[in-house]
Design a protein around this ligand. Sequence first.
Ligand SMILES: Nc1nc2c(ncn2[C@@H]2O[C@H](COP(=O)(O)OP(=O)(O)OP(=O)(O)O)[C@@H](O)[C@H]2O)c(=O)[nH]1
Ligand SMILES: [Mg+2]
Length: 287
Amino acid sequence: MFMYNITQPKAEPSLLIRFPNNEDIGEGDIPIFYVEEVEALIKADDAIREKKFFLVSITGVYRSGKSFLLNLMQTYLDYYQKNGNDTNWEKSKKKIEGGKWRQSTESVTHGIWIWNRGFLINDIVIVLIDCQGTGDSLMSTPTLDNLILYLGLQLANVQILNLKSVLQTNDLERIDMCQHFSDLDPENSLLNCSLLYLLRDYNGDKEYGRKDFLFTRIVDDAKSDVVKNFASGIEKTFQEIATFALPVPGSKVTDGSDGESLRLDNIASAYCEDGKADNPYVCRCSH
Ligand SMILES: Nc1nc2c(ncn2[C@@H]2O[C@H](COP(=O)(O)OP(=O)(O)OP(=O)(O)O)[C@@H](O)[C@H]2O)c(=O)[nH]1
Ligand SMILES: [Mg+2]
């Protein structure tokens, strides 16, 4: 097991893609890519420069806990990298650090952000990407929402689709549409990407963790052929599709006005234990 103890910069996200700040993405208003952020990341130190990079991105509706989850993943990956395993990670009382997240009615993450530091796990550099939330009644347009989803899919090796409790038809339709975009551009197919439907605050039963049947049953059992076609189109497009269910993270997370002082032991233990299972999934996908 590789142990990585070189002094590292403080892990935090940097802006990778900025979207024009006007009402719609019209002609000429193209997203701005900050390529230097990626260059800085790759050149960060000799230990990672020659390694294989594996990008994990998250998209989903605004205000749905995406940035909090990535910060938690950062804590996990950092612990794993330093210790060579994840034993007792949930008991480590580590501070939750990384990107901005908080309780509010207004969206927090604007643009697409990439972590300034990769985490070297089993000889692969895992890099986190946080995306602007979709469906923002003040800032979104359907065009922008589709663009965010499509860019996330194009950038990532694993795309986490952050969902509230259930998998809705809408969540299939939008991914299916991205697949059609990528068919128009065969050089940028999504076939190297895996998809993780993550059901937050799951309350279908008391069992959390891997729930792949919630997706696979749609292909066979959906009443509508249109919906069946969405699901089977998605199945053909991605390398792997997984569905995970997580419980609520506990009142210290959901009621906290900001995440500045939150530590791992403030999070409901069931959430950390079940959340621990989706991290190795993400790491395993990298091989
Ligand atoms: N119910 C519930 N709330 C959560 C969960 N995870 C985080 N939250 C809360 O959701 C709020 C928003 O968290 P963020 O991480 O900022 O959400 P986001 O999706 O990144 O939001 P935007 O950047 O605005 O798109 C915070 O008050 C968190 O405490 C969860 O699993 N369930
Ligand atoms: Mg956010």
